[in-house]
Design a protein around this ligand. Structure first.
Ligand SMILES: [Zn+2]
Ligand SMILES: [Zn+2]
Length: 296
């Protein structure tokens, strides 16, 4: 079920016509604690995984659990954990490889080397639900023997909701500066900033990466700049994007609204400090290679 996002408080095209070509469609996921079925879209929920396929493990030589100091986890491979499962019917804007209609994202819930930006390392699978229907499902996937619980999401249903956003930082420096100044003015006069009204920081598909630091776009080995595929973000409730269905105070519908229960009702990952993991894909290369970035 989709949520309802309040309309934009101001006409951004009127204020900044140069932002219009930078608008991007995005699907905000809105993970909320729940009990998704194995064959439904979810964040942190059970995956529809074929029993005849090995569950992925990570054998990085230097991954570690910070709660136990910086000691390396051990020589045995660590089972990855479910992070996201999306069915094409729930995210119509997501482009799938031919013949597939399900995306699964898992990651090793340990901290990895500097090369992996001291974050978990995502693993993706694009699947065909027709193919999965012919294979018996795995009912009890292995659990990691060592993990950093900051990177284990609570089990959530998702409410994918399509919207349009504008760049947070992915625009020319001169425009960033002018937008920033204007944002301060509207924050004063209207109670909401450009960033809270026109850019999303939540877990999402497409749109712009929800950077909390300077943009760090990866390039594929083929030379193309990779596309932002999805963000898994610690931030789940900000500004205008708090859905109408979850607002606890009446109002004109777009002002910054708080809902203290929301963070308890979402995946619960702090991800460093309001951080995010951003997955990028190259759809020019036939195998659709992916890489990730992490910041906080
Ligand atoms: Zn690992
Ligand atoms: Zn490529």
């Amino acid at each position: 079920m989709s949520f309802t996002i309040p309309p934009a408080p101001l006409d951004i095209a009127e204020e900044f016509p140069e932002l219009v070509p930078l608008a991007r469609a995005t699907t905000v996921l809105y993970p909320r604690v729940g009990n998704p079925a194995r064959d439904e879209s979810s964040l942190g929920g059970p995956l529809l995984w074929p029993a005849d396929e090995l569950w992925p493990t990570c054998a990085a030589p230097d991954h570690f659990n910070p709660a136990r100091g910086c000691a390396v986890a051990g020589p045995d491979p660590v089972a990855v954990v479910p992070v996201l499962q999306l069915l094409a019917r729930d995210v119509p804007a997501l482009v799938f490889p031919a013949g597939t209609d399900m995306l699964q994202v898992l990651w090793c819930p340990l901290i990895h080397s500097e090369h992996d930006q001291y974050s978990p390392v995502p693993v993706l699978r694009w699947r065909s639900s027709a193919d999965l229907a012919e294979r018996p499902p795995l009912f009890k996937p292995p659990r990691p023997y060592e993990f950093d619980d900051e990177w284990i999401p609570r089990i959530c249903v998702v409410h994918p909701t399509e919207t349009v956003e504008y760049p947070n930082q992915d625009m020319p420096a001169e425009l960033t500066e002018r937008v920033g100044e204007w944002s301060e003015q509207v924050q004063e006069s209207c109670g909401i900033s450009y960033y809270d009204a026109f850019t999303t920081q939540q877990s999402k598909i497409g749109g712009y990466p929800g950077w909390t630091q300077s943009p760090n776009w990866p390039h594929c080995t083929c030379g193309s700049r990779m596309e932002h595929l999805l963000t898994i973000s610690a931030s789940e409730s900000c500004g205008r994007w708090l859905p109408v269905e979850e607002r606890t105070r009446p109002g004109c519908g777009w002002e910054v609204s708080d809902n203290p229960e929301l963070e308890d009702n979402s995946h619960g990952m702090i991800m460093g400090d309001c951080g995010g993991v951003y997955v990028f894909v190259c759809r020019t290369c036939p195998t659709w290679p992916t890489v990730h970035r992490y910041d906080c």
